[in-house]
Design a protein around this ligand. Structure first.
Ligand code: SF4
Length: 414
C-alpha cells in the first residue's frame, strides 16, 4: 500500500482522468497525502497546450523528481512529447497504466471491514482479506495479515444485495482471490463464482487478481466454471512478475514459471475468446540481464492481452528494500523495452478484433459523449456518440468492432 501525491494540470478531461486514477488507487487501498514529503509516489498529470505550459510542466517534473522517491508523469504532454522527460528519472505512462505502476507489484488492499460498494452500475464485492504469501517486496501484507474468508453464503448474500441495488457488473475482489477459503481448508472459489452467477438478473462478474500460486491448485475446476457461465467475464488476472525462476525465488513468490504456464494453457484449452492479464516487475534487485531476457521471452511467447509493467521500487521495511538495488538507468531501459513489447502485443490483440461482433456491457461514461463498454472477455470497447445512438450506462448491446487503438477498440451498435 503506497501513499501518493497527485497534481493535475489542464482541461476537465484531464481532471476526469485524474479522478479515475484516484478511484483505482483508492480501490487498491492506496492513500492520498497532501504534498510530497510523505508520498511514496508523485503523479504529475500534464497538459501541453502552449509552449509556456510545457516549460512549466518540465520544471514541475524536475522539482517533484527531487522531492519524492518515485515520479510518474502522465497526461497529454507525457503522451505527445514523452522524450522531453528523457533526462529525468521518471516513468512516463499512459493514464491507464498509472495505477498498476503505483501498486509496485503488490496486491490490492481490502480493508478488514470492507463492505460492498456500488459505484454507478459497478458493484465492488470484497470476498476475503489477506493473503497466504510473504513476497519480499510487499508492504501490503503487514497491514492485512493472513487470509480470512467469510462463508460462501455471506458473500452470495452481499452479491445479491448489489444486484438488487442495480449492479450490472460485480467485481469480485480480494488481496488474492485465488486463495479464498484456504484458511478454512476448503478451496471454494469455483463454487463461490458459480453461486454468484446463479443469482437472478442480467449482470456480469469479473474475477479480480488471483496469484498463479494460489489458483494453480484449482485451475482446472476454475476454467470449467468460466466455460460454463456466460455471466462470468472470460478474464483472469494472474501476475507472473518475472520469467526467471531465480528472481521469483528472491521475490518469495509461491509459483514458478512452469505453474503459471500450466494455468494459462488450461484456460487456453477451455476458452475461445478470453483475456489473460498479467504483471511484470522489472529491475528487481537480483534481476540479471539474462533474467530480464527470460521475462521478455515469456511475454513474447504467452502474449497476454493485458499487461502491467512495474519498475521496481523499494518499500520501507521490506526485505527487498535491504537488497542492493540496480541503477536507475538499467531499470529505466528495461521498463522501456518491456513497455514497447507490451504495446506491440496489445495493439495486435485489439487489431485482431476489428470486424468481429461482440456482446458488450456499457459500464461507465468515457470522454465526451462516449461510453466505455466491456466485451465477454472484459476487453474495452468504446462506443462514441452514445446519446445519439441511445446507449446508456448499464445497457447490454451487440457491437461490431470497427477500429482500434493500442489498448482498446471502437464499436458500432448493431
Ligand atoms: S501475495 Fe505477495 S504481493 Fe500480494 S499481498 Fe501477499 S505478500 Fe503482498
Amino acid at each position: 500500500m503506497a501513499t501518493y501525491h497527485i497534481e493535475t494540470y489542464g482541461c476537465t478531461s484531464n481532471r476526469g482522468e485524474s479522478r479515475r486514477i484516484e478511484r483505482s488507487l483508492r480501490d487498491a487501498g492506496h492513500r492520498p497525502v497532501e504534498g510530497t514529503a510523505e508520498a511514496d509516489v508523485a503523479i504529475l498529470n500534464t497538459c501541453t497546450v502552449v509552449e509556456k505550459t510545457e516549460r512549466n510542466m518540465l520544471r514541475r517534473a524536475e522539482e517533484l523528481e527531487s522531492e519524492t522517491a518515485d515520479l510518474i508523469v502522465t497526461g497529454c504532454m507525457a503522451l505527445a512529447q514523452g522524450e522531453a522527460f528523457a533526462d529525468l528519472d521518471v516513468q512516463v505512462l499512459h493514464w491507464e497504466d498509472v495505477p498498476s505502476a503505483v501498486t509496485n507489484g503488490e496486491c490490492p488492499t481490502t480493508t478488514p471491514d470492507a463492505e460492498p460498494i456500488l459505484d454507478g452500475v459497478v458493484g465492488i464485492l470484497p470476498i476475503a482479506r489477506g493473503c497466504m504469501s510473504n513476497c519480499s517486496y510487499c508492504i501490503t501484507k503487514f497491514a492485512t495479515g493472513r487470509v480470512d474468508s467469510p462463508t460462501i453464503e455471506a458473500n452470495v448474500e452481499k452479491a445479491r444485495a448489489l444486484v438488487h441495488a442495480g449492479a450490472k457488473e460485480i467485481r469480485v475482489t480480494g488481496q488474492d482471490t485465488g486463495v479464498y477459503g484456504w484458511d478454512t481448508g476448503e478451496r471454494k472459489l469455483p463454487e463461490l463464482l458459480d453461486r454468484i452467477c446463479d443469482i437472478d438478473g442480467e449482470f456480469r462478474v469479473r474475477l479480480g487478481m488471483a496469484n498463479p500460486g494460489g489458483i494453480h491448485g484449482i485451475h482446472e475446476e476454475l476454467a470449467d466454471v468460466f466455460a460454463d457461465n456466460r455471466k462470468l467475464y472470460d478474464f483472469i488476472h494472474a501476475p507472473v512478475q518475472s520469467g526467471s525462476d531465480e528472481v521469483l525465488e528472491a521475490m518469495r513468490r509461491q509459483h514458478r514459471v512452469g505453474k503459471f504456464r500450466e494455468v494459462v494453457d488450461t484456460f487456453e484449452g477451455r476458452l475461445d475468446h478470453w483475456t489473460l492479464s498479467t504483471d511484470f516487475i522489472v529491475g528487481f534487485p537480483t534481476e540479471t540481464e539474462a533474467d530480464f531476457e527470460r521475462s521478455m521471452a515469456l511475454l513474447a511467447d504467452v502474449r497476454p492481452e493485458k499487461i502491467n509493467v512495474t519498475r521496481f521500487s523499494k518499500r520501507p521495511g521490506t526485505d527487498a528494500a535491504e537488497m542492493k538495488g540496480l541503477g536507475g538507468t538499467i531499470k529505466k531501459e528495461r521498463s522501456k523495452a518491456m513497455s514497447e513489447l507490451k504495446r506491440e502485443i496489445c495493439t495486435e490483440t485489439h487489431a485482431s478484433m476489428v470486424g468481429e461482433t461482440h456482446e458488450v456491457l456499457a459500464v461507465e461514461p468515457g470522454t465526451g459523449d462516449s461510453i466505455k463498454c466491456r466485451d465477454e472477455a472484459y476487453r474495452q470497447v468504446i462506443v462514441t456518440d452514445a446519446a445519439e445512438r441511445g446507449v446508456e450506462v448499464g445497457d447490454l448491446l451487440e457491437v461490431e468492432v470497427t477500429a482500434h487503438e493500442a489498448m482498446y477498440c471502437f464499436g458500432e451498435p448493431i
